[in-house]
Ligand binder design. Structure first.
Ligand SMILES: CSCCC(=O)C(=O)COP(=O)(O)O
Ligand code: ZN
Length: 207
């Protein structure tokens, strides 16, 4: 494979971080079959985001493109993630958000297909990875929204719930959305949420 040539500056660092995040998510099996998408907010307010399609665990520099805060590609004809509006929504809602991750795990998919409009996590030490959480002795609500191929309509359903979220949310039969101030925090929260969802899945198997 030809040596990757990264553009200069903040965008270059964002591309590198997105590629590394995709590889890390792939190691956990959270980006199967071209699923998943990853973004970073750039200093100028635009977003570096994965291009639609392609395996997110095998990204090269050309697998990341730039969009404006409304999700419009800066280069005409570029095809950003089909779910770009969900990333834009997080950045518009939370000025501190610096990175957004979307993965498709077995646990989030299976647990959400079991029904309900939220998962309640309680009693786990790893809950402390989420925003504002400092004890296991709390109930963390993870909202579940029905999947929708109309992403703008899905974003309108999610919007009124964003203010109360500390652990991101689940799209039923689809996957999770998690974010943080930077990529490291977003990845820590994604791993924390997926660890807890795996625990919940195992709990349901107990006699
Ligand atoms: C085969 S996954 C279907 C699309 C999806 O849910 C996803 O997360 C990836 O879409 P993108 O346009 O970002 O590649
Ligand atoms: Zn998806």
């Amino acid at each position: 494979m030809a040596q990757a040539v990264f553009p200069a500056g903040a965008y270059c660092r964002a591309v590198e971080r997105i590629i590394a995040a995709g590889q890390r998510m792939d190691r956990f099996g959270w980006v199967p079959a071209t699923a998943g998408n990853i973004s970073i907010r750039l200093p100028d307010g635009n977003l570096a985001i994965t291009r639609s399609g392609g395996h997110k665990g095998q990204l090269g520099p050309d697998g990341v493109i730039c969009v404006d805060p409304q999700g419009r590609p800066l280069a005409p004809g570029d095809r950003p993630s089909a779910e770009t509006l969900l990333h834009c929504q997080v950045y518009a809602h939370d000025p501190a958000a610096g990175a957004v991750l979307h993965g498709h795990s077995v646990a989030s998919t299976v647990l959400s297909m079991a029904g309900g409009d939220a998962l309640v996590l309680e009693g786990y030490e790893v809950q402390k990875v989420f925003a504002g959480q400092d004890t296991h002795a709390a109930r963390v609500h993870v909202p579940i929204f029905d999947n929708d191929q109309d992403i703008a309509r899905l974003a309108r359903v999610v919007a009124p719930h964003l203010a109360g979220m500390c652990a991101g949310y689940i799209i039923r039969g689809h996957g999770v959305y998690v974010w943080g101030a930077d990529m490291d925090m977003a990845l820590a929260r994604l791993e924390g949420l997926e660890f807890l969802l795996a625990c919940e899945l195992e709990k349901r198997k107990l006699p």
